[in-house]
Every structure is written in C-alpha cells, then in structure tokens.
Ligand binder design. Structure first.
Ligand SMILES: Cc1cc2nc3c(=O)[nH]c(=O)nc-3n(C[C@H](O)[C@H](O)[C@H](O)COP(=O)(O)OP(=O)(O)OC[C@H]3O[C@@H](n4cnc5c(N)ncnc54)[C@H](O)[C@@H]3O)c2cc1C
Length: 338
C-alpha cells in the first residue's frame, strides 16, 4: 500500500485551495479500498473519500486518511433492442463517461455533459442539469461500508433520490463508499429537450430536430460560455440549491419584484432560481480581494487566486443572511464543507 504523508490537495479540489491531507492513498480496486480502510481503522484515523474534488470546500487541512477513488472500468451489456446497461467504476471521469456513451449510441446521459467529477460521486447529490438528473437512468449503486467493509448494492429506489439529494447525504448512507454505478441507457435516440435554455440553444443553432449528439455538443457549448473553468478560476459550480418556497413567500417577493421567476412544484410550492435572488441582491461580480461572485453567473463563488476555503465559507454566509433578510428565503449550500 502506497500511503503518502502530508500530501497537497491543491490539484485535487476545483477551488484550488492549498490544503493538505495528513495521509493520502489512491485505490484502483475494491481490495485496495478495503485494505486502506483497515489501515485507517488500525490507527484509529478518520477517513475522507475523495473523487474529483469538484463539490467540496476545504476550509482546513484534512485529518486522517484521504482515500482517492481511482476505480476505473466500463462494461456495456445490451439487454434488449431498446436498452443497454452500462456499469462503470466510481473513479471514471463523469464527462468521459457521457462522451463515450453518447458516441457509442447509448443515450440518456447527454444533458449531463461537462459536469466535473467522477461517476461515483454522481449519485451522492443526484447531479442534474438541463432537465435531467442522474436518477433518471441509474439502476443501482454498488457500495462498501466504511465501518464493516461489507458490500451492499442499492437499487434506484433505495438511494432515496430527490433534488440534489440522496441517502448518501443522510446519516443512513453516510458510511457507504460508492465503488460502481450501473445505468440503463436507451439505444433509441430520443433526447430530453424540455428545458428552456436547451430549447433556446437548439433554436439558436438553427436545428429543427436535435439528436442526442447535438444535445451533448450544445450543452458543452452553453456550459463553456456560462461557467468558469475551474482550471482558470477556482469554483465548485452552483454554490446554493434553488430554494423551494411557499406561495406566501413568493407573493411577498413578487410585491417588490414583479419579474421574479418561479416554477410551480407538484406539492404546490415554488422553486425560485437562487441565482436570480443573489443577482437581485447585488452580489453578482462582487469581489473581496481573493474571493468573490462570478460576474456572469451569480450562483458561482470563485477563488480569484490565493483565496481560502474559510474566505469562501464566510462570503457564502454573508450572501445567505442577506438573502434571508431581503427575501425571507433560506439558501442551502450545495457543496460539502470540510
Ligand atoms: C464548474 C462546475 C460545474 C458544476 N456543474 C454541476 C451541475 O451542473 N450539476 C450538478 O449537479 N453538479 C455540478 N457541479 C458539482 C460537482 O461537479 C458534482 O457534484 C460532482 O458529482 C462531484 O463529483 P466529484 O467526484 O468531484 O466529488 P467530490 O467533490 O470529490 O466529493 C463530493 C462529496 O461526495 C463524496 N464522495 C465522492 N466520491 C465518493 C464515493 N465514491 N463514495 C462515497 N462518497 C463519495 C465526498 O466525500 C464528498 O462528500 C459542478 C461543479 C463545478 C466545479
């Protein structure tokens, strides 16, 4: 086992914060993962599971053992003339998976193109974009329990998916380490195009009919134009979830701002874009020396360089309390804070 001591995680988090792990190991299969867990248990060290580091704000050095998931495999099994099951290792790069399945004519992941991170983290917060969520195509998640090292496969239902949430974010599933994920994808090219920004992109591209491949390319183009690349400007994508509020809360905002966008939910509540609230509160483009809010996308907090996780966490707190005071809306953080 190759355990490194005092290893920098600067290149392992999309904010680019210069923090380090007390101990660090990369595992490329389940046996190595189990050995690493045993090693940490013998030394009574806490364990932190790391994927691509694109949904974490490190505010301090990591105590204990960081296990970087490098489990890579890809198997496709055609199960009927309509469907294929694709099983992948948790360490596979998410975007490479989307690119590969789309290219091979296995459809269903194309709207989720260019989301950073690894396949194993995709079910953790049920990643979503452009009208699709990972739970739409996921069949099961293979896991290893951090405490008992037992293997357990969870079905889609058992994962308890909802908007940016799953069992893995709750106490019940917090000990489970994802080792592989299986998707049921379609052999029929029938993309999901209901999302307004996607409809606009299809129209702007002059397409009358968009194939899954077109959607893949359009999503990549739109995302590149809207979101800063973490290689150039450290960030973790959307910093807050879109809040779901009551009719009363919405009416109170609308009394002041008649253009407040809202999307009615099946339970009669309304989803409001967090980016709109933050923008209206005047935070878009705000900069506080090393950290700030992106000038094109108010939902993205950025490390201009030399910033720290503590500074980002403080800025997020300021924004959160301002939105609470102005709009009576409580914002919930999307990335994990360590
Ligand atoms: C520019 C940018 C754009 C983004 N756009 C989107 C978007 O459109 N939609 C969206 O939903 N998200 C988006 N994100 C957030 C992020 O990409 C996703 O949440 C992604 O799934 C995180 O994957 P990761 O491998 O980087 O996870 P990490 O950041 O490494 O980990 C995130 C959490 O999951 C845990 N974890 C990681 N791997 C495992 C595993 N194998 N088993 C158990 N726990 C694990 C970690 O311990 C941590 O708690 C974006 C981020 C960036 C930087």
């Amino acid at each position: 086992m190759q355990i490194e001591e005092n290893r920098s995680l600067k290149n392992h988090n999309s904010f680019g914060f210069d923090i380090s792990a007390e101990y660090f190991i990369e595992v490329s299969n389940e046996a190595q993962l189990i050995s690493a867990l045993q090693w940490a248990r013998q030394k009574s060290l806490p364990v932190f599971i790391l994927g691509g580091g694109s949904n974490i704000v490190f505010t301090r050095d990591v105590t204990g053992l960081v296990i970087h998931i490098g489990i890579m495999h890809y198997d496709a099994n055609v199960i009927s003339n309509q469907h294929v099951e694709v099983r992948v290792g948790a360490g596979m790069c998410w975007h490479e998976l989307v690119a590969r399945t789309t290219q091979e004519g296995y459809y269903g992941l194309e709207n989720l193109a260019l989301i950073p991170g690894y396949a194993g983290a995709a079910p953790i917060q049920n990643i979503g974009a452009y009208g699709s969520e990972v739970c739409d195509t996921l069949i099961n998640v293979e896991t290893i329990d951090q405490q008992s090292a037992e293997k357990r496969t969870l079905t889609n239902d058992e994962c308890g998916f909802s908007y940016r949430h799953s069992i893995f974010k709750s106490e019940q599933g917090a000990n489970l380490i994802v080792t592989a994920v299986t998707f049921r994808l379609s052999l029929i090219d029938k993309p999901v195009v209901q999302y307004q920004a996607l409809k606009d992109a299809i129209k702007d591209a002059g397409l009358t009919h968009a194939s899954a491949s077109d959607i893949f390319k359009l999503v990549c183009t739109v995302r590149r134009s809207k979101l800063p690349d973490p290689k150039d400007l450290g960030n973790a994508g959307s910093f807050f979830k879109n809040p779901v509020i009551t009719r009363q809360q919405l009416d109170a905002i609308a009394a002041q701002y008649s253009d407040v966008p809202s999307f009615e939910q099946t339970d009669g509540q309304f989803k409001v874009p967090a980016a709109w609230l933050i923008d209206r509160a005047g935070w878009k483009g705000y900069r506080n020396t090393h950290v700030g809010v992106h000038d094109k996308q108010a939902l993205v907090l950025i490390n201009h360089s030399g910033g720290s996780g503590k500074q980002i966490a403080l800025l997020a707190d300021e924004i959160k309390s301002d939105i609470q005071n102005r709009f009576n809306v409580c914002l919930e953080r999307e990335p994990v804070l360590y």
